[in-house]
Design a binder for this molecule. Sequence first.
Ligand SMILES: NC(=O)C1=CN([C@@H]2O[C@H](COP(=O)(O)OP(=O)(O)OC[C@H]3O[C@@H](n4cnc5c(N)ncnc54)[C@H](OP(=O)(O)O)[C@@H]3O)[C@@H](O)[C@H]2O)C=CC1
Ligand SMILES: CC(=O)N[C@@H](CCC(=O)OP(=O)(O)O)C(=O)O
Length: 342
Amino acid sequence: MIKVGVVGGTGYTGVELLRLLARHPGVALQAITSRGDAGTAVADMFPSLRGWVDLAFVTPQDADLAACDVVFFATPNGIAMNQARELVDAGVRIVDLAADFRIRDVAEWQKWYGMEHAAPELVAEAVYGLPELNREQIRGARVLANPGCYPTAVQLGFLPLIEAGLVDLERLVADAKSGVSGAGRKAEIHTLLAEAADSFKAYGVAGHRHLPEIRQGLSLLSGQPVGLTFVPHLLPMIRGIHATLYATLTGEADLQALFESRYRDEPFVDVMPAGAHPETRTVRASNMCRIAVHRPQGGDVVVVLSVIDNLVKGAAGQAVQNMNIMFGLDERAGLDIVPVSP
Ligand SMILES: NC(=O)C1=CN([C@@H]2O[C@H](COP(=O)(O)OP(=O)(O)OC[C@H]3O[C@@H](n4cnc5c(N)ncnc54)[C@H](OP(=O)(O)O)[C@@H]3O)[C@@H](O)[C@H]2O)C=CC1
Ligand SMILES: CC(=O)N[C@@H](CCC(=O)OP(=O)(O)O)C(=O)O
């Protein structure tokens, strides 16, 4: 059994990790941290886990993380980077759900995240954990940078088009919408029911911190800088991301066949039939990304629709998928979930 620690077990991605890991056949939960709720039984805080998780939260200081095989950081940005060196030196592998190791250019990361990086040398060795792109490198990763939620939906949607060299790389557009759980469980005014419900708005148009992450991924893929407009929106729902992606075609291809062949062997990407409109509820609580590709009126603009559950394929599920690859387990282990509908 793989011994697992979770730092930040009281947050939305943390409890989602616990839900997935509790029924994973190859792991044993060893330590789950909370600074403010140490001593509380996990199942008392989250009754959905009664009968599944029988540990209590411990403080990060009291958790014997060095005795784990892998530690997930489901913490805010800037936490994992402070503990990563010590854990890696102790032979523990790290999966960071935050952004500490996602951006290769440390100066760029510091600009977007507004803090100094505590472990730049680990950024250089970290592997970006998008399995559909980096499966081989993920196998050997000691430090795994789990992708952001929007970057997962957007990159999976653009990937086949860019790999095939079929679109104008200077004018990509990603119009993306997220449910409010994307903002985490901490109390904030903009996620109050009375603020977020029955309304709809864009945010971060001038520049969101996922822009450099998506741009980095697509630029590495294409071998040249890409021009991307990324506009996130806050949807009055709890889970889910819907990304509508636009690109101008520069070549001819059977787009449906291209997407189907690119993702044929991917367990967590479903290319829907031509003309389909994927709904976020069809991936709710599952690790699946559903994609549909359109070419409206046969013109030169391709529209890709990509939906994920931000807490699963956009965070905890992808983290478990990465752990499975890192430890040579069945990539689907713990993730064979039928989505909830309606
Ligand atoms: N929500 C989402 O859809 C996604 C989130 N992410 C990223 O995953 C990470 C976690 O997100 P989310 O679960 O939403 O966040 P939450 O705010 O819901 O939870 C944060 C967790 O971190 C713990 N924590 C906070 N500060 C510290 C600290 N200094 N040391 C140790 N633990 C700390 C908190 O526990 P306590 O206070 O009890 O110690 C809490 O359990 C973030 O970096 C986020 O950006 C990535 C993709 C999607
Ligand atoms: C709806 C909402 O607020 N979403 C968050 C993004 C989700 C997230 O937690 O960011 P990471 O994926 O980088 O960790 C935001 O826009 O800041």
